[in-house]
Design a protein. Sequence first.
Length: 152
Amino acid sequence: MTEFRYRGREIHQEDILSIRKLIEHYPKESRRKLSVRVCEAWQWRQTNGALRDMVCRGMLLMLERSGQIALPPVSYARHNPLAQRVRPEPVLIDKTPIEDRLRALQPLEFEQVRRGAQEPLFNSLMEEHHYLGYEQPVARVSGDLRSALTQT
């Protein structure tokens, strides 16, 4: 009888008992090392032959949250400055609607504001008006895209 299912894998009571035994046998192991041991014991591999280590960690977390196992405490937390970032402050601007044909508003100009004086304004407007809010950019605009944006 299947107790749980995680990413297509059925997890039976015998599997949960084997995980508990591994945790008891290696009480000082990190969660990552335990997931590697589970993958090795189950021969749980990706199609390229690598262990399904990250998937296994997710499964172990699911089993812990459901009260089936007790994982060791987290031994290492990565420093991620983006996880604790501060949201941009609102900027007061004139919000009077512009009601005219696009042709009358020409020429339109697009300029890069990253690391410039206008970046806080851009970030604030993104936070206030974009449906996803502000997110820290992770890539730079390539030269091809930049030239396409600046052509009139």
